[in-house]
Design a protein around this ligand. Structure first.
Ligand code: AKG
Length: 297
C-alpha cells in the first residue's frame, strides 16, 4: 500500500493527529476532542457560506427535496434550523468539509483506510432559548442509518465559535456507544433532555453527560452509537455548528426492515447512483466524496 495522501498534511498538521492513546480513549468513551485544527479563515468563510445559504443562495442542487430535514424561512427564524446535505449545496461549507485534517483524524479514530461523506447538517440555534426549545434531543446517529452496514461510522462536530455550556454545545453520554438496547434512540426533535433520560437507566449504568465545550477551530468526534444531543442556547449569541457524518471504508448499503415490517429508506439512497444490482451505491463519489485516503488505488 502506498501512502499518497498523508503528505497533504503539513508537519504542523501531522502533529495534531490523535495519538494511539487518544484513539484508545475514543474507543473506550465514544468521543474525542481534537486540538485546534481549523484556521479562523476557513471558519469565517463557512459563516459567510451559511449566511448566503440562509439568504436562499445555492451553489448546487439535490436530485430530491424530500426525505431529509431542510429548514426554510417559512418555518420561522427564531427556531432551531437544521439543514442536511448542505455541503453539496454551498461551496464554502463544502470547502470546510473537505479539509483533509478532518478526514485524517476520523480515519485514525476509526482505524480505517479511507473516509468519505455520508451526510452533513448545519444546525443554528437562536439566542436566548426562545420557548425553551433550543436543545437537540438525545439520539444515536446510527439509529437513523440502519441501511448502512458499518458500525464504525462517526461524526465530526464543528462549532463556528467558542462554545461554553451557555451557548448550547453538543453533549454526549460517555461510553454510551457500548450500551445495549439503544437501536431506536432517535429523539433529535425532542428538546426535553431530562424527560428522556429515564429511557437510558439500567442497573449499574452511569449517565455521565460531557458537554463539548470547544474553542473555535477544535472539532469533537463521536462514534455512531454514542448517544448525544445538545444543550439549549441561553446566551445572547446565535449558535452555529456543522455536523459532518462520515463513512469508514467498509460501509455499504444493506436492505433493512423495522420490527413492524416496514422497509427503511434514508435520504442518502435517494440522492446517489445505483449499483448494477439496483442497490444504492454508498460510494458514489458525486455525493459521497472521499476526502481522506491512505492508499493509492
Ligand atoms: O449541532 C447540534 O446541536 C446537534 C448535532 C448532532 O446531532 C450531531 O453532531 O450528530
Amino acid at each position: 500500500m502506498v501512502n499518497t495522501l498523508t503528505p497533504r498534511l503539513t508537519e504542523e498538521q501531522l502533529a495534531l493527529l490523535p495519538t494511539e492513546e487518544d484513539i484508545a480513549f475514543y474507543e473506550e468513551h465514544g468521543w474525542y476532542i481534537s486540538k485546534k485544527v481549523l484556521s479562523d479563515d476557513i471558519i469565517s468563510e463557512a459563516i459567510q457560506g451559511s449566511e448566503r445559504f440562509y439568504r436562499g443562495e445555492r451553489d448546487g442542487t439535490l436530485p430530491t427535496n424530500t426525505g431529509f430535514t431542510d429548514w426554510k424561512p417559512e418555518d420561522g427564524y427564531d427556531v432551531v434550523r437544521n439543514n442536511e446535505f448542505i455541503s453539496l449545496r454551498n461551496r464554502e461549507l463544502q470547502k470546510l468539509v473537505m479539509q483533509p485534517i478532518i478526514g485524517a483524524i476520523a480515519a485514525r479514530l476509526a482505524r480505517t483506510e479511507s473516509i468519505r461523506l455520508l451526510d452533513d447538517q448545519l444546525v443554528y440555534k437562536p439566542p436566548q432559548n426562545p420557548d425553551g426549545k433550543s436543545a437537540v434531543g438525545w439520539h444515536a446517529d446510527r439509529a437513523y442509518w440502519s441501511t448502512c452496514t458499518s458500525h464504525n461510522l462517526l461524526t465530526a462536530w464543528i462549532p463556528f465559535h467558542d462554545c461554553d455550556e451557555s451557548i448550547g454545545p453538543l453533549v454526549v453520554l460517555d461510553k454510551s456507544h457500548k450500551w445495549s438496547g439503544i437501536e431506536d434512540t432517535r429523539f433529535f426533535n425532542n428538546h426535553n433532555l431530562e424527560d428522556m433520560e429515564h429511557k437510558f437507566y439500567r442497573e449499574g449504568r452511569k449517565l455521565v453527560k460531557v458537554p463539548m465545550t470547544l474553542q473555535k477551530g477544535q472539532i469533537s468526534f463521536h462514534h455512531c452509537w454514542t448517544i448525544h444531543g445538545s444543550l439549549p442556547n441561553h446566551s445572547n449569541l446565535r449558535r452555529l455548528a456543522l455536523a459532518v457524518h462520515l463513512q469508514d471504508h467498509s460501509n455499504h448499503y444493506q436492505p433493512f426492515w423495522t420490527k413492524q415490517g416496514k422497509k427503511v429508506q434514508i435520504a442518502d439512497e435517494l440522492i446517489c447512483r445505483k449499483l448494477p444490482n439496483g442497490n444504492p451505491d454508498f460510494s458514489d463519489p458525486r455525493v459521497f466524496p472521499v476526502f481522506w485516503s491512505t492508499c493509492n488505488k
